[in-house]
Design a binder for this molecule. Structure first.
Ligand code: DX5
Ligand code: ZN
Length: 221
């Protein structure tokens, strides 16, 4: 029987919400069955876009009990671990491309009593991530170039997800495997088949008239 760690968890990315009605939007996806909220933090440097920062994370924290899966697309994430942890993030994921030697930053995140994750862009091989699997709670495989929501899913990353899944299982680790970018009902089965258990879905959930149906189809359709 599948245990809790094998459950599929859907994390709508708030980047695709209507920010003029953020609390209502969060209620809408919560009632629709979201398991987590994915928060995309962009610094205009690591990625060519700006999103939102600490005060918005604090505001989101006040209006939901869902875990805040916080994706730091920042060149210098180590400077912001404390502020995002204080703002209420439940996990902080940093990019291997920004932190080629991430051990200390990962440790600093865990030192705040929250989960730590390591992300790789579509073009980054997973070889650099594998040595850190025993130091992380979450491995995030980007399936679009980070920086913008609403892009097309890149199938080529599925092979990388399979490699990470195999390593997690062979080594008996309890690392969540997450795919992020362009995920929707049309490719969710492939993501699940590649071993991902946490699926980030921005446009396909917030953009759906029936968010519950979208989440259901991503989870099992
Ligand atoms: C891209 C972000 C993703 C993205 C997901 O930089 O990390 O989380 O916003 O949104 P969709 O599902 O619209 O690609
Ligand atoms: Zn993200």
């Amino acid at each position: 029987m599948a245990g809790d760690k094998d459950a599929i968890r859907i994390a709508p990315s708030v980047l695709a919400a209507d920010f003029s009605r953020l609390a209502e939007e969060i209620d809408r996806v919560t009632e629709a069955g979201a398991d987590l909220l994915h928060l995309d933090i962009m610094d205009g440097h690591f990625v060519p876009n700006l999103s939102y920062g600490i005060p918005v994370v604090e505001a989101i924290r006040r209006c939901t009990k869902l875990a805040l899966d916080t994706h730091l697309m920042l060149s210098e994430p180590s400077d912001y671990i404390g502020p995002f942890a204080d703002a209420g993030a439940d996990s902080l994921t940093i990019h291997l491309e920004a932190c080629p030697e991430p051990a200390d930053t990962l440790q600093a995140i865990r030192g705040r009593g929250i989960k730590c994750g390591l992300a790789v862009n579509p073009g980054t091989p997973v070889d650099g991530l594998l040595p850190f699997l025993d130091q992380i709670d979450l491995a995030l495989i980007m399936s679009v170039e980070p920086g913008f929501g609403g892009q097309s899913f890149q199938d080529r990353v599925l092979a990388k997800a399979q490699i990470v899944r195999q390593q997690i299982d062979e080594r008996g680790l309890e690392v969540a495997l997450e795919i992020d970018g362009g995920v929707g009902p049309g490719n969710a089965a492939a993501c699940r088949g590649a071993g991902a258990r946490w699926l980030v879905a921005g446009s396909s959930v917030f953009g759906a008239a029936d968010a519950a149906a979208a989440i259901r189809r991503i989870r099992q359709g």
